[in-house]
Design a protein around this ligand. Structure first.
Ligand SMILES: O=Nc1c(NC[C@H](O)[C@H](O)[C@H](O)CO)[nH]c(=O)[nH]c1=O
Length: 164
């Protein structure tokens, strides 16, 4: 492996009393569903209960920050507050600057949101220059690795940090 390795060094956490929100966009759905599945596999492996994983969708990645904020508010209102939220989106570069503007707006929006609401928000946005890059990062190619798994692990760790 290169120095980069394959991402964060995993640690083992007990997610059995965590509530996790996943908000995913509905663009590039085959890649999205692989990422969501990968995240859920890791959440459940850490002991997060199925009934404590709330999945919501938004039209596209640009709606992830506001869709995340509304899910957090709705869950808090129902007295079932979330401990972490994992927004998931897949941006694939087209022929215009649209990609850059969405990627920049969403990354800043999600970073700001977690401090506004004091809840960890994991960065689950793939910003790909080609479709192949998206497939690779969803673990859908031979040499691929599903980044959804990494996001699921990060969500458990950050949720526990938030609770402590
Ligand atoms: O353009 N490409 C993409 C995209 N555009 C839609 C955007 O997120 C938003 O939903 C609309 O602009 C309406 O606000 N959304 C994605 O998730 N991935 C893309 O690759």
């Amino acid at each position: 492996h290169s120095v980069k390795g394959v991402g964060a060094v995993d640690r083992v956490y007990d997610g059995s009393n965590l509530r996790v929100g996943i908000v995913h966009a509905r663009w590039n759905d085959s890649v999205i569903s692989a990422l969501v599945k990968g995240a859920i596999v890791k959440l459940e492996a850490a002991g997060v209960k199925k009934e404590n994983i709330v999945v919501e969708t938004v039209p596209g990645s640009y709606e992830l920050p506001y869709g995340t904020k509304t899910l957090i508010r709705q869950q808090a209102k129902n007295c079932t507050p979330l401990d972490v939220v994992l927004p998931i989106g897949v941006l694939i570069k087209g022929s215009t600057m649209h990609f850059e503007y969405i990627a920049d707006a969403v990354s800043h929006g999600l970073m700001k949101l977690q401090f506004d609401i004091d809840l960890p928000v994991i960065f689950g946005l793939l910003t790909c220059l080609t479709e192949h890059q998206a497939l690779q990062r969803a673990g859908l190619t031979e040499d691929g690795h599903n980044h959804g798994e990494d996001w699921g692990s990060a969500a458990v760790e950050m949720a526990i940090k938030h609770q402590n």
